[in-house]
Structure formats: structure tokens, C-alpha cells
Design a protein around this ligand. Structure first.
Ligand SMILES: [Zn+2]
Length: 233
């Protein structure tokens, strides 16, 4: 089951969006969107993610919606940064949405993202007549990631590590909204030095006259997760 997600980094190119505190909205939302695409595709099964822009270019609002419609996306998520002197995080769906699958999906994403913005105001789940949520044919939402012109908010957004956390939460919310399963994580490799002790016991596993045979065993052991090397007598 593949789900198609279109993530929309707002603004771009000649349109920087809001700018303050040495930050431009277009740059922040591009980073969040790229990190979210990577997080979704790397950590969840069956996510196919497209960005409406992956570089610093201008894209018309209708073009963004048309792009998602042509891709037959299952979900559209637009990323923006607020301005105007407030603080905190808020999300939007189209004005006429009254419950239903759009509201469910928005709630899933809002819930995960707001956890990363703890210490900031949750401005709530809102509705507005915004072009990208109006003209998209699928469930659609727009996220306002803090206020670029408020010092505390801007300081949070200045950190790439923070933007990655926001993106990971956005990906988790999207995965929940679409019912995508997390990929199984690789099992931790056994290591001779693990076990809470500083003692290190080395075991010799073979002595070979032929270097090729010794190398073969090293390859086998490494495949199984052991540290192995050839020690010449
Ligand atoms: Zn914006």
C-alpha cells in the first residue's frame, strides 16, 4: 500500500515570505519539508513523497495545488512560518471542513508537531480560506511553525537540529494520519566490549596458513556483527 504525500515548502525565489532576526521563511520551510520527506521515506513503509519545490524557486499557489492534484496525492501538507508579533504553533484546514478525514489527519499531525514545540503556545487547530488547502482535491493542511519576528521563536528556528525534530514529528503525524507502519529497525550489533564491564576478552577463532582463508573468516564474522581482524604471528 503506497500513499502519496505532497509536502509544500511555502514561498521561494523572489518571494522570501516573512523575514526577521536574520531568517527567511522560505529557507526554514524548505529545510523542514526536505527533512520531513527524508524522515517519512526512511522511517515508514509505503510513503512516496513529492515536494512542490526542492530548491529556492518561486512557485504559484495554484501550481502547488495542481501539482498535488496531478500526483493524485493522498495528503497535502504545506509548511509556513508565521509573522506579526505572536508566538507559537498553529495549523489550518479549509474553512468548510467540519470533522471528517481532513480534521482527523490534521489532528494527528498537529498533535505530533506541537509536542516538539513544548514551551511554546499551542495556538490551536484553525480554519482559513487559503488557496493551497482550497484548491487541493485531497485532504490538505497548512502548518505555521512559530513566529519569525519573535526572538524566542526565531532562536528555536535557527537550529537545524530543532528543524529536524519538527520534521520528524511532522513525518510521524503524517504516518499516523495515513496509517503507515514504521520500518523495522536493524537489531543492535553484538559487540565484544558491551555488557557493562570494562573488561575486554579476545577470542582467537582460527589460525590459517592461507591468508585467503583467514580473510574469509573475517568477512563471515563481520557479517554476523563481530569485530574481527587478522593478527599476523
Ligand atoms: Zn508563509
Amino acid at each position: 500500500m503506497t500513499k502519496i504525500v505532497v509536502i509544500d515548502p511555502g514561498h521561494g525565489g523572489k518571494d522570501p515570505g516573512a523575514s526577521a532576526n536574520g531568517l527567511k521563511e522560505k529557507d526554514i520551510v524548505l529545510k523542514i519539508s526536505k527533512y520531513a520527506k527524508a524522515a517519512l521515506e526512511n522511517n515508514y513503509e509505503g510513503a512516496k513523497v513529492y515536494l512542490t519545490r526542492s530548491t529556492d524557486v518561486f512557485v504559484e499557489l495554484s501550481e502547488r495545488a495542481n501539482f498535488a492534484n496531478k500526483k493524485k496525492a493522498d495528503l497535502f501538507v504545506s509548511n509556513h512560518v508565521n509573522a506579526g508579533g505572536g508566538t507559537g504553533f498553529e495549523s489550518y484546514v479549509y474553512t468548510s471542513i467540519n470533522g471528517g478525514s481532513t480534521e482527523k489527519m490534521r489532528s494527528a499531525v498537529h498533535y505530533e508537531v506541537k509536542k516538539v514545540y513544548n514551551g511554546f503556545k499551542d495556538r490551536g487547530k484553525k480554519k482559513a480560506n487559503l488557496a493551497v488547502v482550497r484548491e487541493t482535491a485531497m485532504e490538505a493542511m497548512l502548518l505555521e511553525h512559530l513566529f519569525i519576528d519573535t526572538k524566542k521563536d526565531a532562536n528555536f528556528l535557527k537550529s537545524d537540529a530543532n528543524l529536524k525534530k519538527v520534521a520528524a514529528a511532522e513525518a510521524k503525524g503524517i504516518a499516523k494520519a495515513l496509517g503507515l507502519k514504521a520500518k523495522s529497525k536493524p537489531v543492535a550489533k553484538p559487540s565484544p566490549s558491551s555488557g557493562g564491564s570494562n573488561n575486554l576478552y579476545k577470542v582467537q577463532l582460527g589460525a590459517f596458513a592461507s591468508k585467503a582463508n583467514a580473510e574469509k573468516l573475517v568477512v563471515e564474522l563481520k557479517k554476523k556483527g563481530y569485530k574481527a581482524y587478522i593478527d599476523k604471528e
